[in-house]
Design a binder for this molecule. Structure first.
Ligand SMILES: *Cc1c(COP(=O)(O)O)cnc(C)c1O
Length: 388
């Protein structure tokens, strides 16, 4: 396979059609370009998708989670149990509201928070569990809520990567058959549904939705033609109608995006199984075609073997890049960042997360890819790892 002549394949890329581009033009021409009717329409579409639950949109997934923590009443003195393998905003928002993240180690196969370890981390200060569904694979939702309910804890699901994922046949964010609480999604450019930047929060009732709406814009409530009250400190977290129309168009395509991602992931498994890579120690993701939306396809490199040969993950990424294959690292360990070390954290209680985080690699996976692209990635990976 000739990799040097192939066009560069990024690890992800949004699918934006001409209809979306012209819808953005329509908003720009309409005279109403910030939060307005399109945001409301997007929220209605999302609410229907989430089984009629209240939904409000925000400027990004980070703001969405910060608002969720505030709705759950989490603040100074409180502890929130979470995972160290996530985009750093997952725990930054806990710090931002004045609470303390408590990191629990991950399951080596799912790479998600290990539910078996949560109860040992609960203290009288624990107020919530904040799980992350890495690459769109949820945790066991029934067990998660069982733990939360037994200990009187709130759950804020960081479902940033999990739109379209499901548990026992119900899409994440729904609460018809399964328990749910606050569920946060991100629509950042890399996610399965994008608004360029954006997010939405699925809530339990209209009281929470009203508070979300206030926290979204400066705590303001308007009434009549000239009435305005501020009774809570809010931020500036609204989603514009430009972003909302992109989301409206994306939601129409979500089912086909999911089908495409699934087919690509299936092909990855088939192609990787035809190589020696697994024998050489390459770890594949959990082969879960029931629950995951295949937001990412992440392998774990045989890092000890690489180190023994004087190589590291960056060397493999460079080799792949030289063959026009883009990769990503999702994610460096949060409890080893300086900000967190300065707060007294370290990774000694999360050894599995530490190992996975040091060796995890995201391979290209996005709906515009072809099966031949998957074959090219696997071939490039074989070449990059041929010395081991
Ligand atoms: C993308 C992401 C976020 C943050 O979303 P933004 O929209 O970028 O603020 C949070 N958590 C996880 C797991 C994510 O993947």
């Amino acid at each position: 396979m000739n990799h040097s002549n192939a066009p560069f394949l990024p690890f992800t890329k949004p699918t934006i059609d001409e209809e979306t581009i012209s819808a953005v033009g329509d908003v720009l021409r309409s005279g109403w370009i910030t939060t307005g009717p399109k945001c409301l329409e997007f929220e209605k579409i999302l609410s229907t998708y989430f089984g009629g639950r209240p939904v409000r949109c925000f400027a990004n997934g980070t703001a969405t989670m910060e608002v969720a923590l505030k709705i759950a009443g989490i603040g100074p003195g409180d502890e929130v149990i979470t995972t160290p393998i996530s985009w750093v905003s997952t725990s930054n928002v806990i710090l931002a509201v004045g609470a303390r993240p408590v990191f629990v180690d991950v399951d080596p196969l799912t790479r998600n928070i290990n539910l078996d370890l949560i109860e040992d981390a609960i203290t009288p200060s624990t107020k919530a569990i904040l799980p992350v569904y890495l690459s769109g694979l949820p945790v066991d939702i029934v067990r998660l809520y069982d733990i939360a309910h037994r200990h009187g804890l709130r759950v804020i699901e960081d479902a940033a990567q999990a739109i379209g994922s499901s548990w026992l046949g119900e899409s994440i964010g729904n609460a018809t058959k399964l328990p749910s609480d606050l569920v946060s999604f991100s629509f950042q450019a890399n996610k399965n549904v994008t608004t360029i930047e954006g997010g939405c929060l699925v809530m339990n009732d209209e009281t929470e939705a009203l508070l979300a709406q206030k926290l979204r814009i400066q705590g303001v409530t308007k009434s009549g033609l000239d009435g305005m009250e501020v009774d809570v400190l809010g931020g500036k977290f609204n989603l514009t109608d430009i972003n909302a129309v992109i989301g409206i168009a994306q939601m129409k395509h979500l089912p086909e995006f999911l089908v495409k991602r699934r087919a690509l992931a299936e092909h990855y498994f088939a192609c990787l199984r035809q190589t020696q890579l697994i024998t050489k120690g390459l770890e594949l993701p959990v082969e879960d075609f029931e629950h995951s939306n295949w937001h990412m396809f992440q392998v774990v490199l045989p890092i000890e073997k690489l180190h023994a040969l004087g190589m590291n993950r960056a060397d493999i990424m460079q080799k792949l890049k030289d063959m026009n294959v883009g990769t990503g690292v999702h994610y460096p360990l949060i409890n080893e960042f300086k900000l967190y070390r300065d707060l007294g954290y370290n990774s000694s209680n999360t050894p599995i997360a530490k190992r996975i985080s040091s060796a995890i690699l995201t391979l290209p996976l996005f709906p515009l890819m072809s099966l031949a692209d998957v074959e090219r990635v696997v071939s490039a990976l074989e070449l990059a790892l041929h010395e081991i």
